[in-house]
Design a binder for this molecule. Structure first.
Ligand code: 5GP
Length: 143
């Protein structure tokens, strides 16, 4: 088992630095949340700590307080915004688990009774749909 190093060129690091665009729904001093471009369901949001780590395995323990209190905020907001029946919270570590972007992040996915998740990293969503869902989630976070 080899431990790979954090790569500052990963796509979420670029999003955090503002080098590539994202549909942001939330930001504070420690955490950013934005829409997943290949959602596994409508309103699929990613909650990302600003502190660099590949995933949960190498993260500083101090990362998790701010990260998971934001996960809860975002989970409540996506449930309200999308009128969902439930919310899946998911977090993958290293390729064997299915992780594809190597900056720690938590998936927050609204769920609807009887509707399965779409495949992980399946189809790109239209930007206008991502923008519309982001707007609803921002509104729910603000209320
Ligand atoms: P992982 O497989 O690492 O747990 O999840 C990475 C997630 O990032 C996937 O759900 C994938 O759809 C999403 N993703 C990949 N590239 C981008 C991107 O450029 N922007 C956004 N917003 N999401 C991305």
């Amino acid at each position: 088992m080899t431990e790979a190093a954090y790569d500052t060129g990963n796509i979420f690091a670029k999003i955090l630095r503002g080098e590539i665009p994202s549909h942001r729904v939330y930001e504070d001093e420690a955490v950013v949340a934005f829409m997943d471009v290949m959602p596994q369901g409508p309103g699929h949001t990613l909650v990302v700590p600003k502190a660099p780590s590949r995933n949960l395995l190498d993260a500083a323990p101090s990362t998790f307080g701010p990260l998971f209190s934001t996960v809860q905020k975002v989970a409540r907001a996506v449930r309200k915004a999308l009128n969902a029946d439930g919310v899946t919270v998911m977090q993958l570590n290293e390729p064997a688990s299915g992780q594809t972007v190597y900056h720690l992040h938590v998936h927050v996915i609204p769920r609807f009774d009887g509707i399965p998740l779409k495949p992980h990293t399946g189809t790109m969503e239209k930007p206008e749909v991502l923008a519309e869902n982001a707007e609803k989630i921002r509104a729910a976070l603000g209320s």
